[in-house]
Design a protein around this ligand. Sequence first.
Ligand code: NAD
Length: 504
Amino acid sequence: MTAAGGDVVIHPPFANLFVRGNAVDSMDLELPETGVYIGGTSRDGIESFPVLDPATNERLATVAEAGEPGVDAAVSDSNEALADWQALEPRERGRHLLNLAAAIREHSERLARIETAENGRPISQSRSLVTGSANYFEYYAGIVDKIEGETIPVPGEYLDYTVREPLGVTGHLVPWNVSLKLGARSIAPALACGNTVVAKPAPEAPLSLLAFAEIATEAGLPDGVLNVVPGDGPRTGAALTGDDRVRGLVFTGSRATGEIVGTAAAKRIVPVALELGGKSPNIVFPDADLDRAARDTLKAFGNAGQICHAGTRVFVHDDVYDSFVADLVDRAESMSIGPGHADPDLGPLITADARNDVVEAVEQAVEDGARLRCGGHVPREDGNYYAPTLLDRVDDDAALSCEELFGPVLALYRFETEAEVIERANDTRYGLYGVVWTNDLSRAHRVAGALEAGSIAVNEYPATFVEAPFGGYKESGIGREKGRHAIDHYTQIKNVAVRIGEDE
Ligand code: NAD
């Protein structure tokens, strides 16, 4: 990126902290077949598109665009696989899920390297996300024989009971920011409940899900139970959401695309889970463990800040504001940046456009009166890097306070009272996550209760679990993934009323 005069701006601390290395050469990648993955094999698409290495913007792979024909074939195949998959004893389906978990663990290093190559993320973060993907299959393997109905005490002489049945073929629209783990988050419960899956990864990072599909076939998953259709949103994604045979949809992505997918689902009257973005508050009270709070606050820079539930609005109590912010600045300025395989603190952003959006948003914020406390520049011309950035004096109604920005940028706000910070934290269209830092037990519960968000973490960030529900309040989404709650989305309830009384 260039300054107004056209020179490359390299800010001194980051020039020193840049971790050198060419991303792809050092990765020793064994890429998957890059066609449309249907029925256990890779096929051609309607055309192809490049996947770029975010650290260099050089081509990493060329991938087939499934388009309408690819989606049509994948859905047909998944539809055919449905009856046999549903006929399996629950425990047998569970064994398949355990096999998938074991296969992910066996191939974990390869999958992590692929994710780091296509996403740019530091390799240690990718390793942990791949382990997290295996955890989903293990958790839902254990739930297959616990998807229970209920008996209802209706008036009269009846046996009234419910059963939970699968939806059928399910369509999964996956974002690029955590492809494999977010794919696993919905694929595992969908399969556990007896559905088949057609998954569409994002075009920026489709390789890890394609690799997973191959691994799943090797691990014995019956052909057609999981198909992967790479491609863009308007053609391949829309073909999937519009296919009448797809009886359930799950979308993880931006609020804007969520509206499109939600509309497509409404037109066909199919259930849809929408897992969208956020602008989450991270609230630091003066009695908190401030060292820990500062450390975790900057975990929002994981994945180069491209995290849906990042606490990007940091509210700090007036009593500790100056010292806490000074600590944050010191820590942020000592973060290393570089290609993901070298395992720095921050890798590049996903694309040059995404990085340029961040550049523009920060420039706009400064123009609107925000004060740059650190970062705010591009540390290196090649690759899509952006320095970890902290700004304060940001108005509550400025774009930076209201719109999700996917990048390593945090806005800092000063507050004085609990009531004030709750009101300001809730003054957003989003409601995905909230973080509270305090050692006052009553206050912790009070504030957690008052925040309008689907998940709250107290005295740690992040604190999310496969076992616990996750999803948005307000415009951050509809439905809950994870834990037992996901079963609600991947099953439909049938009520059976059996008359058992005899005629008088
Ligand atoms: P995106 O909305 O651009 O795309 C998500 C997926 O939808 C991609 O596969 C994309 O190709 C597809 N898509 C795009 N247009 C479509 C259309 N018209 N029809 C059908 N599918 C279409 O999101 P992204 O940029 O890939 O991901 C980043 C966003 O995801 C951020 O907003 C982030 O907050 C959000 N996110 C949310 C969660 C969560 O759990 N709530 C998790 C991760 C990311």
